[in-house]
Write a new protein. Structure first.
Length: 202
């Protein structure tokens, strides 16, 4: 219960920051699937928006969310969502992550449910079929990808990484965007030249 209360606090702060900046945020929940599902459900409860997408090859989803299997995930391209929860415990597909990220509105959240970093066997099993070179067995896929992935996200701004049993998430906030000039407080323009361009096409 204490962990859930702590998670609610930092998730709320993350969502408030995303909303004020009009930017997206990502949360990587590294631990057991059940633990990650509980925290993802809490994040959706805290979201002000109502459009949620759950991508998983396993049950159960939760009520009120659009649910898709991984092989149907690209069908969401062109749509928008306040939150996408991507269950990577059964399958880890970089293309699906890219498709999911592109649908999230400003102020929204991408949540990845991932195995613990230390469980390399689980990681290899999840992404072997996606990364194996054609003509070669999946057993040749090793842990090098997980090592690269972890290095790639380390220090990235706007991404919170939270492990099961970890006290606080690792998070580097992005640089805040400059405030609008009150003279040009237009919903589609931040500078005089942008305001003029918008006026010409309206």
């Amino acid at each position: 219960m204490d962990e859930m209360l702590d998670a609610s606090a930092w998730i709320s702060a993350l969502l408030a920051e995303a909303s004020s900046e009009g930017q997206r945020r990502a949360v990587l929940l590294c631990g057991s699937r059940q633990w990650g599902m509980h925290l993802a459900h809490e994040a959706i409860r805290l979201l002000p928006g109502e459009t949620h997408t759950f991508i998983s090859d396993r049950e159960p989803p939760w009520e009120g969310s659009q649910t898709l299997a991984h092989h149907h995930a690209r069908s969401i391209l062109g749509s928008e969502s306040d939150c996408v929860v991507l269950d990577c415990h059964a399958r880890f597909d970089p293309d699906v992550i890219g498709a999911a990220t592109g649908t999230i509105r400003g102020g929204g959240l991408l949540i990845l449910l991932l195995p613990p970093w230390e469980d390399r066997d689980a990681w290899c099993k999840n992404y072997a079929s996606r990364l194996a070179v054609e003509g070669f067995p999946e057993t040749l896929v090793t842990h090098h990808f997980i090592d690269w992935f972890r290095r790639a996200i380390d220090g990235l701004k706007g991404i919170a990484v939270y492990g099961e049993g970890q006290g606080e998430p690792t998070y580097y906030p992005p640089v805040s965007r400059p405030q609008r000039d009150p003279v040009y407080d237009h919903p589609s323009a931040r500078t005089p030249d942008q305001a003029e361009a918008v006026a010409l096409i309206q």
